[in-house]
Design a protein around this ligand. Sequence first.
Ligand SMILES: [Zn+2]
Length: 433
Amino acid sequence: MPYTDRQAALSAEIDARRDDVIALTQDLVRIPTINPPGEAYLQVCEYVGNRLNKRGFLTQMVRAEGTPGDSDKYPRWNVIARREGAYPGETVHFNSHHDVVEVGSGWTTDPFGGEFKDGKVFGRGACDMKGGLAASIIAAEAFADLFPDFHGNIEISATADEETGGFGGVAYLAEQGYFSPEKVQHVIIPEPLNKDRICLGHRGVWWAEIETKGRIAHGSMPFLGDSAIRHLGAVITRMEAELFPALASRTTAMPVVPPQARQSTLNINSLHGGQPEPEPGFDGFPAPVVAHSARMIIDRRYLIEESPDAVRQEMIDLLESVKSERPEFKYEVRDLWTIPPTMTAKDAPVVTAVAAAIGDVLGLDPQYVVSPGTYDQKHIDRIGRLHNCIAYGPGILDLAHQPDEYVGVDDMLDAAKVMALTLDRLLGQGRAG
Ligand SMILES: [Zn+2]
């Protein structure tokens, strides 16, 4: 369908801000918010806050004091900006994380230089997700400048620590009530999922540590002891024979991408058994001992068809069955953390509004996807109890965390148009009712 006059005006307004979106993304990339440990959080929040302050937003800085990693050296800062419309109405919130992962190797551009080349802005975080933050800022500013007589409110937040679980960011804000359904009705998280896709949610996750126990003895007479490492080996053998095939055969209604993740998965994240690694610089030999402890950290991703209890019980059943065959087998399971799967309904208001806007801007039906890993939606859903939430943003997911990460300017502009037209549908004259 061709644009209405309002939509055409919004689209032109965003095209006119091309230089602005480039400069904004460059500025954001040049603030090296590496996490861990959580560098320059205050700087990025002040930058976003100052910009939006000048454009009619009320801004609030929130430090997530006492959350993991928070210290005076590395304070967990968040910024929330709110622009109120001319009439009461619903609130649409764009939430972006401002932290980025470490640089790693293989770069041919300066990771914090914000180089603009061939229609792309390069740098760590350009794609994940400072480009998305920039697109949402441009969209909100363009919409509010052009149609200041809108209903309700627009909020934009830049939050800490998504890359390390989001506890000093969205989780903290959700606990403080910033994402309660009374305050906020629609949430869009501009993660880089490609501009024609709506991400409805994510699989669940259970992190746990499995420890097998043995008895120490001289390594020359292992029969006098009991090797915890051999016990853990038996667990892995059982996993290979039974659990991995069982997980791979599980199917789901969740449209997870990539499709290989459209099943249950288990990653053995780490293994430690017996003597600890020698201190760096020590080049002596090990002493002969039978391992009295071996530990495995597991990262189990699960589907909406599975319950957290069933996922845990399946592992216990496996351990019990190993135990029945190994008389001295002793184990302990320590839960680290768990997040249930979430999937916003396709007919939720934010989904239908963004889907219609994708149709208006790109002339196609969106692809509905689910993320294999969790992101900040988990806290909005679980702590905030706000289920009308999706991820939608510019950028190519595969580039996230890679060297020479970039975001395309045309993608940012297209996504910004989708966001602005979404605002018009939810808060503007284009809204239903
Ligand atoms: Zn991200």
